[in-house]
Design a binder for this molecule. Structure first.
Ligand SMILES: C/C1=C2N=C(/C=C3N=C(/C(C)=C4\N[C@@](C)([C@@H]5N=C1[C@](C)(CCC(=O)O)[C@H]5CC(=O)O)[C@@](C)(CC(=O)O)[C@@H]4CCC(=O)O)[C@@](C)(CC(=O)O)[C@@H]\3CCC(=O)O)C(C)(C)[C@@H]/2CCC(=O)O
Ligand SMILES: Nc1ncnc2c1ncn2[C@@H]1O[C@H](COP(=O)(O)OP(=O)(O)OP(=O)(O)O)[C@@H](O)[C@H]1O
Ligand SMILES: NC(=O)CC[C@H](N)C(=O)O
Length: 385
């Protein structure tokens, strides 16, 4: 079994093409049965109307079953009995009771507080499992999952399994003398927004991915010939990032020596002169500050208006913007456009840098990842001369 992550409500997506990019569309494309969790709090039989609406909005909703959230056992039994009548079969695989405070995960701007920042996350999960486990019909769920032969599930050669086993995900003593480039990834509580896909794609192109932590004042790993600084919450760690000179000097030295660098959103802000007045690396002449509201949000297509590290003029890549901060200069090497027709300039493409607010998704243009890896390879060869 695998859990496929979706966003917001089941049919919520870009809205441009039916239910474009929604969890529903992903279920259809991957031929995956769906177990929909519906909120039953504050109502009883009315939740059946919600379930029926979700199930019958389209002719094949892919919904194989439901779990009712936020109800008592008594209400659950009542709904389950009624559901058999209205759906003609048992489609409810259990319920989730009202959870105690200590099981709840907190949110902040941009969504949930990330798991890596919650010290007792394992305890919270175990406690939640202990509560939920007796309320869920696992056999029924296994039957739903076992009834399909999904070609997208990782098999023996699945990259996800390899990654989980540590196959190239992290290597502390990478070979720098031959082979493919080592890509350094800044990763900690300040820089935590990465598409796992992107990292695996770099690995599938032969690169080794190595992590370092700006919050722990670590330098860019010695053997690296490419650098990625992802998004996240640098604004929550300004004192440390401003004080951590080993990282900032190392990032500066690498980039000034020509190392190809992608910096996205929070990572882009870190390459600037300052965030909310606190000094950062100063590699870009940019100041970033909190606007107090969502500045840009949603899926975009980023098209290059001139040649850049990732895209040649005219080429595009799909990306995503999600930020409260804004900068004095967001770059103008590319144009980001939404399906609703809105567009704006973005991306600093000075020499070896590709930096700006969009988070790029390589699977939408593998050529961009290949171009980045080629540049890292060239940098590596130059360095070895
Ligand atoms: C159309 C909207 C979309 N939201 C998506 C996915 C996610 N949204 C998250 C969160 C936490 C928020 N989304 C809102 C911005 C909310 N989302 C919308 C709106 C309905 C309209 C946005 C727009 O047209 O510009 C919007 C509500 C609104 O009336 O503005 C948010 C404000 C909802 C709320 O809490 O009230 C909220 C932002 C919170 C904040 O300000 O910090 C998710 C994180 C939820 C999740 O994880 O399930 C998620 C983010 C996923 C991601 O990283 O992409 C859609 C379904 C993708 C869609 C956007 C489509 C698009 O424009 O491209
Ligand atoms: N069974 C439960 N017991 C107690 N609180 C709950 C339960 N289910 C949800 N909540 C709380 O209700 C709020 C909204 O829950 P909901 O399930 O709508 O979240 P969500 O779908 O993750 O929201 P979002 O659309 O923001 O991603 C959250 O604060 C969550 O902690
Ligand atoms: N997507 C990001 O990296 C977000 C950066 C920053 N936390 C902001 O809200 O602007």
């Amino acid at each position: 079994m695998a859990v496929i992550e979706g966003v917001m409500g089941y049919y919520d997506g870009t809205g441009d093409d039916g239910f474009g990019s929604s969890s529903y569309e992903i279920a259809v494309k991957t031929d995956t049965p769906v177990l929909l969790i519906v909120n039953g709090g504050g109502c009883s039989a009315s939740v059946l109307a919600v379930m029926k609406g979700f199930k019958e909005l389209v002719c094949d909703s892919m919904i194989a079953g439901f779990i009712i959230n936020n109800v008592t056992e008594m209400t659950y039994r009542y709904i389950k009995k009624l559901a058999a009548k209205y759906f003609g079969r048992n489609m409810i695989a259990g319920y989730i009771p009202k959870l105690p405070k200590e099981c709840l995960l907190s949110s902040r701007h941009l969504g949930l507080v990330t798991a890596g920042e919650i010290d007792n996350i394992d305890d919270i999960i175990s406690k939640t499992v202990d509560i939920i486990r007796p309320c869920i019909d696992i056999d029924m769920i296994t039957d739903m999952a076992g009834s399909i032969n999904n070609p997208y599930m990782p098999g023996d050669s699945g990259s996800y399994e390899k990654a989980a086993a540590g196959g190239g995900t992290h290597s502390s003593h990478s070979d720098s003398s031959d082979g493919m480039p080592v890509i350094a990834i800044a990763r900690d509580d300040a820089f935590c927004f990465y598409y796992q896909d992107n990292l695996e794609m770099l690995q599938s192109l032969g690169c080794t991915v190595e992590y370092f932590s700006p919050l722990a004042d670590e330098p860019v790993p010695e053997y690296a010939s490419g650098l990625i600084i992802g998004g996240g919450y640098p604004e929550n760690h300004l004192e440390a990032l401003a004080a951590n000179k080993i990282t900032s000097e190392s990032v500066r030295k690498c980039i000034e020596s020509g190392m190809p660098c992608i910096a996205e959103c929070g990572g882009f802000m870190y390459l600037g002169r300052c965030i909310d007045g606190k000094n950062m690396t100063g590699l870009l002449d940019v100041e970033s500050s909190n606007t107090g509201h969502l500045v840009r949000f949603g899926y975009v297509t980023v098209t290059a208006d001139r040649d850049t590290l990732l895209l040649k003029k005219g080429q595009s890549i799909k990306a995503h913007e999600f930020h409260y901060y804004d900068s004095s200069d967001n770059g103008a090497a590319c144009t980001a456009s939404k399906t609703n027709g809105r567009s704006w300039q973005c991306i600093h493409a000075e020499n070896n840098i590709f930096a700006g607010y969009p988070h790029m998704h390589f699977a939408s243009n593998m050529g961009a990842a290949e171009k980045f890896v080629r540049s890292c390879g060239e940098y590596k060869r130059l360095k070895m001369r």
